[in-house]
Design a protein around this ligand. Structure first.
Ligand SMILES: Nc1ncnc2c1ncn2[C@@H]1O[C@H](COP(=O)(O)OP(=O)(O)OP(=O)(O)O)[C@@H](O)[C@H]1O
Length: 267
């Protein structure tokens, strides 16, 4: 049995189909990038992996267990989007992330001091050491994003869910965060799912790139059908050059808004 098993998963909100027929096997330690048009259900899929919500149909197991029974951190699944605690300072957030690995969730005495030192080293690595005493709300969007990634990575989860983690970062910081993620991944063997709108990034970091799209479309009833995995690419060793993919699959070209003609595509 594969480490993560997704079997015929469907999700719908208020009678609107979002995801349908998603079946997937992921081995431990794999990095899975997910791309697809805006609003096609990529974040919804991550929430289902976290067991933050239940699918209307189908099952998801992590290491043989039902994520819905022991959701989130108990199964070692961490979602970067929800990881930062607003009432803790930047440094305390990193220290707290280390505590997730202890039985009680708390660190005391010498363990806490060394954890604080390690936190400062991590903050230096992600360029946030100068704001260690501040609260997340006082940081810029890009800094908050960096903190969320740093914090989620510090927890060294078995499964890390990243939802457009590098979106608000300038190109230099983005590369720095890619390196940080790659190094920690090599150290921990963690399994990663990353939603990204940047194909180059998806191929650079991922072992596999999954494309979510709606293979069926009813113009009279846009909510009738959901998105599913329509393509999968092997991205190891650089994979297929992403420019080539853009030529073959123009629907993957970045779009600020879904293009109107997209709605008229045949089923
Ligand atoms: N809890 C919810 N209740 C109702 N509708 C929802 C809920 N969550 C998501 N949706 C809808 O489901 C659809 C898919 O949303 P989702 O955020 O998963 O897409 P996405 O592919 O991640 O989009 P983006 O790339 O723009 O972030 C959207 O139309 C969204 O409005």
């Amino acid at each position: 049995m594969s480490f993560i098993q997704v079997r015929d998963v469907w999700q719908a909100y208020g009678g609107r189909s979002i995801i349908e027929r998603v079946t997937l096997d992921v081995s431990e330690g794999e990095f899975v990038s997910i791309v697809g048009a805006s609003g096609c259900g990529k974040s919804t899929f991550l929430r289902l992996l976290l067991a933050d919500e239940r699918p209307v149909r189908g099952t998801i197991t992590v290491d043989g267990g039902d994520v819905a029974v022991e959701p989130g951190r108990e199964r070692g699944v961490v979602f970067q989007r929800y990881s930062v605690f607003p009432h803790l300072t930047v440094r305390e957030n990193i220290v707290a992330a280390e505590g997730f690995n202890t039985a009680s969730g708390w660190l005391f005495g010498a363990a806490k001091r060394t954890s604080r030192e390690r936190a400062d080293a991590i903050l230096a690595r992600i360029g946030l050491n100068h704001v260690a005493e501040q609260y997340p709300a006082s940081l810029s969007g890009g800094m908050q994003q960096r903190l969320a990634i740093g914090q989620a990575l510090t927890a060294k989860p078995r499964v890390l869910l990243l939802d457009e983690p590098f979106g608000a970062l300038d190109p230099g910081t983005r590369v720095q965060m890619h390196d940080f993620l790659t190094e920690l991944r090599a150290e921990t063997k963690m399994t990663v799912f990353m939603v990204s709108h940047d194909l180059e990034e998806a191929f650079k970091l991922g072992d596999r790139v999954l494309v979510f799209d709606k293979p069926r479309w009813d113009p009279q009833d846009p909510g009738l059908y959901g998105a599913t995995i329509t393509y999968e690419f092997d991205a190891r060793d650089g994979g297929m050059p992403y420019q080539h993919i853009l030529d073959r699959y123009p629907s993957l070209k970045p779009q600020a808004e879904p293009a109107p003609e997209r709605l008229l595509e045949p089923a």
